[in-house]
Ligand binder design. Structure first.
Ligand code: ATP
Length: 235
């Protein structure tokens, strides 16, 4: 569904990606793991059109979307939940969710998707009229994912959904990522520093180091790989 080939990205004179290639099959959960600064977020930003690539290509559902503007890529149902969540702090939960549906005008569909969001994250329903900026980090992450779902994504890219969140909420969020994948058939590309958790719910994984893919395998094999265990799983 999503294929990235030989992607090169620079910030000014600093090269962040040196030819990254990835394949995310339809219906799968694929994880990128790697240390700070490895280029995980940059890879997602380049796919979703937030930064320009110097060379390489991004193909989505058979279409070349390399360097297309971000709003055109969202309209193709490829949706990015960036690190740091970025909810609209002064808007309520309900208003944030409606913002996620801004490209739609199917009222019944929007209401049904809002109900689905409340089913997977009941906490959001309890807080429907609360300003998003006053919610906990974990609740804001739930809202960021739910808002993304309101745009009817076919492929969802999640950047560090566990960052700075209490373990009990992290588990709830990861369980719902699995549910979204299974129930809605959504393809998911996940970026995580918590390699154990991420590989535990993924089909396939890539290990990034200083802007290069150094290893790729099934998630189960990466969890057993001694090199991965030593570097990313704290062995
Ligand atoms: P983290 O887990 O810490 O978020 P990451 O793997 O997502 O790390 P990136 O954020 O993609 O890594 O960063 C890759 C490299 O690009 C790093 O060396 C970083 O310093 C650099 N970089 C990222 N954003 C910018 C920017 N806006 N301007 C200049 N350099 C940047």
């Amino acid at each position: 569904m999503l294929e990235v080939k030989d992607l090169e990205v620079s910030y000014g004179s600093i090269k962040a990606l040196h030819g990254v290639s990835l394949n995310v099959p339809q219906g799968s959960i694929v994880t990128l793991i790697g240390a700070n600064g490895a280029g995980k977020s940059t890879t997602l930003r380049a796919i979703s059109g937030l930064i320009k690539t110097r060379s390489g290509s991004v193909t989505y559902s058979g279409e070349d979307i390399t360097n297309q503007p971000a709003h055109k890529i969202v309209a193709k149902h490829l949706c990015h939940v960036p690190e740091g969540r970025m909810v609209f702090a002064n808007l309520t939960v309900a208003e944030n969710l409606r913002m996620g549906a801004y490209l739609r005008n199917d009222k019944a569909g929007i209401a049904a998707d809002m109900d689905y969001a409340f089913t997977i994250f009941p906490r959001l329903k309890e807080r429907i009229n609360q300003a998003a900026g006053t919610m906990s980090g974990g609740e804001q992450q739930m809202l960021a994912i739910a808002r993304a779902l309101m745009s009817q994504p076919k492929c969802l890219m999640l950047d560090e959904p566990s960052l700075g969140i209490a373990p009990i909420l992290v588990r709830a969020i990861f369980d719902q990522i699995v549910a979204i994948n299974k129930e809605r058939g959504l393809t998911i590309l996940l970026v995580e520093q918590n390699a154990n958790l991420a590989l535990g719910i993924s089909h396939h994984g890539y290990v990034l180091e200083t802007g290069r893919v150094i290893l790729e395998d099934s998630a189960a094999a990466l969890l057993k790989n001694p090199q991965v265990r030593a570097a990313y799983l704290g062995d």
